[in-house]
Design a protein around this ligand. Structure first.
Ligand code: CAA
Length: 240
């Protein structure tokens, strides 16, 4: 098929599962990462997927990194904006720094990732923009005013991009994972995590591959009329 996919935060957690799933579907994949060189090297050794280091919170670094990916592999047809961080704290304890770190990475990072790729997608009349939002952008979450704001913002981004890209053959959709068995969720205090699992009718955390398969579908030609949508994958924990 020859299509090129970029996955931000693509060497660990949900992102790693997405990179592998897209590779298995026949795409040439580039996985961006921000800092963990060892994890990125291990991921490349395991999968053969090239990793590229830049901070999605930095527009110039993102544009330069994307230019490098395109010089190496070709124009990006599919972009999965997955990179995200948490800085959880009850609102009365949340610092401006915690607010800005999460906004810069999770929300501005989506702009920084898609914006440099968008003109090429418009010219080539094809594109798939897939943004990994969260159940907590749909329902809010104690101690996540910052994170929930970004993940709700992601939904506004895809609904707007969908309208702008539709005539150019570009779709933009979001996936809202529930609680998935990744390092991010495992970092939640054990007691809190147990109480979260108790609220999931499926009785378990999701697997990263369960999100990756949603991405593969949205990336495919089969999904061409699905545009501006949100797929929730949360084990029946929350309905919109
Ligand atoms: N709802 C209501 N009250 C809650 C609560 C909740 N979900 N969680 C904690 N509280 C209460 C506690 O019972 C406690 O109350 P008391 O003071 O009356 O005992 C109070 O809030 C906690 O206050 P602390 O001062 O002890 O809180 P802290 O400064 O130590 O912060 C925390 C603790 C950061 C909130 C920690 O409990 C935590 O990390 N919670 C998990 C938050 C969460 O779910 N994050 C999601 C991460 S996974 C993810 O983000 C991926 C995704 O997309 C799904």
């Amino acid at each position: 098929m020859g299509r090129i996919a970029l996955v931000t935060g693509g060497s660990r957690g949900i992102g790693a599962a997405i990179s592998k799933q897209l590779q298995a579907a026949g795409y040439t994949v580039a996985a961006n990462y921000a800092g963990n060189d060892d994890a990125a090297a291990a991921f490349t050794a395991e999968t053969g997927i090239k990793t590229y280091k830049w901070n999605v919170a930095d527009y110039e670094a993102s544009a330069a990194g994307i230019a490098k990916v395109e010089a190496d592999l070709g124009p990006i047809d599919i972009v999965v904006a997955n990179a995200g961080i948490t800085r959880d704290a009850p609102f009365h304890k949340m610092t401006p720094e915690q607010w800005h770190q999460v906004i810069d990475t999770n929300l501005t990072g989506v702009f920084n990732t898609v914006h440099p790729i968008w003109p090429g997608m418009r010219e080539r009349k094809f594109g798939r923009v897939i943004v990994i939002s969260s159940i907590n952008g749909q329902k809010g979450q104690f101690a996540q005013v910052n994170y929930a704001a970004t993940k709700a913002g992601d939904l506004g981004i895809v609904k707007s991009l969908a309208q702008e890209g539709a005539r150019a053959g570009i779709t933009a959709n979001a996936i809202c994972p529930g609680y998935i068995a990744t390092e991010m969720v495992m970092a939640v205090p054990e007691k809190v995590r147990e109480s979260i699992i108790a609220q999931i009718p499926a009785g378990r955390l999701g697997e990263p591959e369960e999100i990756a398969r949603c991405v593969a579908f949205l990336a495919s030609d089969d999904s061409g009329f699905i545009n501006g949508s949100t797929i929730s994958a949360n084990g029946a924990q929350f309905f919109v």
